[in-house]
Write a protein that binds this ligand. Sequence first.
Ligand SMILES: Cc1cc2nc3c(=O)[nH]c(=O)nc-3n(C[C@H](O)[C@H](O)[C@H](O)COP(=O)(O)OP(=O)(O)OC[C@H]3O[C@@H](n4cnc5c(N)ncnc54)[C@H](O)[C@@H]3O)c2cc1C
Length: 284
Amino acid sequence: MLGRFEYARPQSVDEACRLLAEGGRAAAVLAGGTDLLVDLRNGFRSPSLLVDVKRLGELQALKTRSDETVVGAAVPLNVVVENRELRKAYAGLSDAALSIATYQLRNRATVAGNLCNASPAADMAPILLVLDAELTVQNAKGTRAVPVATLFTGAKRTCLVPGDVVIDVRMPPLDGELRTAFRKQQRIRGHDLAVVNAAAAYAPSRATLRVAVGSCAPTPVLLEPFDTKGTSPQALADEVLRAAAAATAPIDDVRASAAYRRAVLPVLLRRLLADVVSGRGGGI
Ligand SMILES: Cc1cc2nc3c(=O)[nH]c(=O)nc-3n(C[C@H](O)[C@H](O)[C@H](O)COP(=O)(O)OP(=O)(O)OC[C@H]3O[C@@H](n4cnc5c(N)ncnc54)[C@H](O)[C@@H]3O)c2cc1C
């Protein structure tokens, strides 16, 4: 059962920031509510004020240009999935969004909410890590950029502070060809959280490969970039697998054992690398 709380729907980001500053730790930002309302119902959180940002105009941006890609914090995942320019530029981003839950749920859930909830299994996290994305964050004192690489501080924890509102998620300008892919292992086809997920971004002209892994540590993990120059696909895969094993620490939980995760991770990563390095195109 839901506890008692006040509900506010501000008309501007400034008003939202003011309400959140007044509410302090007792206030929470509400976007799609697909994580937050579940937490309220289960008694994991009990804010006295919900500030609904879902309809704020400043959070609705969706721009896909070569010099700027912006996904507003209130844009539903289905809009991301269905945007053709986004798919053309970042197939891995579209696939990650498509892998989340059901069509109905994706009509409410947002990319920003997925990141702010900071689940180790968050499907948008690995791809946004490899894309070097950053969040525009505003509070009553001003606006700042928060790289996704510094966002996660622990399981379900971020560096955001009470009063912060994420305005949008930004990707750096596209510099030549970039191949991206996302892979996810889950218990069942359909809506289920990841047992292991991973994303990669490969820039052939710069011979750089970036890989991130989720659900295998308290936070999603971005590996150090790989220099692919003069490296055979086999040697590259071995290097990535070694780095991933060293940087992760899977645990047993309701979805899988640590041993299963350790066994699946190399398989998933080899498929992911085949997607981007050979340009075969990905798939979840
Ligand atoms: C049945 C079901 C299946 C699911 N399947 C998956 C899955 O397969 N993969 C997956 O990764 N997730 C899954 N989820 C989780 C969930 O749908 C996502 O994490 C979703 O993207 C969260 O976005 P939201 O807009 O609903 O966030 P909300 O629930 O509104 O908020 C989540 C958290 O982020 C904060 N927040 C949200 N927006 C902002 C903002 N603009 N500024 C500051 N803080 C903000 C909130 O305060 C809250 O702490 C599932 C959930 C359900 C209920």
